[in-house]
Design a protein around this ligand. Structure first.
Ligand SMILES: [Zn+2]
Length: 160
């Protein structure tokens, strides 16, 4: 690993409470690994018979509601904030499911499932359209080999 400022080779150096962290001897700075954290949500209607799929940014692919966690923010706060911003709703219940690292965007994605008490949404401009899909239909609509599909299958297999 090399310094992003000066290009010097980084050496591991001990930092209290953190352990061995890459260090640049010319900038005298610890270089923490840069990555992002995001939340994604399997959103269900009250009866848990349908799930919410959205389409964004002109893409034809259905996906789950998701968003980045801000610096200093908890996963739970990001979940409520993102759902508020994107669909204008607050879940009556949510539960953590699983996390998975997405190498392409260097993001740790933390998935929850959430229950809404109404199917009425107030989507913002980031959402082109949305669909409350019956669970077996949603499984077909989500593209194979996507994290969205993995997370959705985890919900189905959880038996919750
Ligand atoms: Zn440096």
């Amino acid at each position: 690993m090399y310094c992003d400022k000066c290009g010097n080779k980084l050496e591991p150096k001990f930092l209290e409470f953190e352990g061995m962290i890459p260090y640049c001897n010319s900038c005298n700075e610890y270089k923490f690994l840069k990555y992002s954290t995001a939340v994604s949500m399997v959103i269900l209607n009250y009866e848990r018979t349908k799930t919410l799929l959205i389409r964004q940014y002109g893409s034809k692919t259905y996906r789950l509601v998701a968003g980045y966690v801000d610096k200093g923010e908890s996963l739970e706060h990001a979940l409520l904030r993102e759902m508020g911003e994107e669909i204008g709703r607050r879940p009556i219940f949510y539960k953590y499911q699983k996390s998975q690292y997405f190498k392409k965007s260097e993001t740790l994605i933390c998935n929850f499932y959430c229950i809404l008490n109404s199917e009425d949404l107030f989507p913002n401009h980031e959402i082109d359209d949305y669909l409350w899909a019956p669970l077996d239909e949603a499984k077909e609509l989500l593209k194979d080999t996507t994290l969205a599909k993995d997370f959705f299958k985890i919900y189905l297999e959880s038996g919750e």
